[in-house]
Design a binder for this molecule. Sequence first.
Ligand code: KG4
Ligand code: ZN
Length: 359
Amino acid sequence: MAQDLTVLGLESSCDDTAAAVVRRGADGRGTILSDVVLRQDALHAAFGGVVPEIAARAHAEKIDLAVRQALAEAGLALRDCDAIAVTAGPGLIGGVLAGVMCAKGLAAASGLPLIGVNHLAGHALTPRLTDGLAFPYLMLLVSGGHCQFLRVEGPDAFTRLGGTIDDAPGEAFDKVARLLALPQPGGPAVEACAMTAEAPLRLPRPLLDRPGCDMSFSGLKTAVLRARDAAVANHGGLPRAVRANICAGFQDAVRDVLAEKSRRALARAPVAAFAVAGGVAANGVLRAALRDVARAAGVPFVAPPLALCTDNAAMIAWAGAERLVLGHRDDLTLAARPRWPLDEGATPMLGSGKRGAKA
Ligand code: KG4
Ligand code: ZN
């Protein structure tokens, strides 16, 4: 399809109500015309996690507002768009439904094509929007709810090379922060604390002794708990320096596991690039290690800007445009799917991040 496509995207699978307008040029390059994210953090803060019912109600209240704002910021009317793309899963079902229902209403009223997008495909295709990456490339998706290696072969072709069998790394960072009385979200707090470490604690590197690209992070959390309790028993509290050494030890262990498994994933089959997405990809120490792995493998390393690494609707609009080019369309029977593996042929994992809902 050698023509410009303008797609409105909607995302509401966890705690961000988002809408965006993206244009895919005839040359295949993407341009973000607007990118609206209405965060719900304040609504969930008191509960220590996302409350699905509260999230669903907030999405239902705000999604049309996000759409209106996205169209206004793009300077377009709905009729100027070529399609409406919406996250149809995986995620918290109430939120996904709010988005899907809104998109169906817009499609029915405007007559525009409706395209259901897998949220993980949105993350996985982002480097094509930001950097025009060519297929195939390796994607490491590391967030609070997910951790997996995907070989991205086409807008609709993903092979899962491995992933976590228990916690996602972001979840582990958040729990470690809680154990050490650091603020949430834990990732940035643990990273900052680790910077002052003088003698990082040596912690285990789970599953490195096993072949393949699967990972495990829940044991590391227990190791941190033991180290903390030992410190409290020895010092009658948690001295600042000890806390820093624990943070650095934990971060070093996550770094080494992600780096070694990335090395193996890159060795499995040739790829044009190594890309990362997800909130954990914001971590400077992890990013540097992954960049080194890419360099050693002789492929470019691509990390989209952070706002496009975390949940947003621009990635959904873009993935919708890619599907549209392939000729995919959905209709008003489009279903919301709380579980929807990208690689339907892969063996189901024992767990793919217990928090699961947020991808
Ligand atoms: O992709 P994202 O915004 O959404 C979720 O999956 O929840 O990722 C958020 C996760 C949180 O667990 C947060 O602690 C982690 O990403 N994170 C980090 C850093 N910044 C955010 N983890 C490690 N280091 C960071 N600098
Ligand atoms: Zn996500």
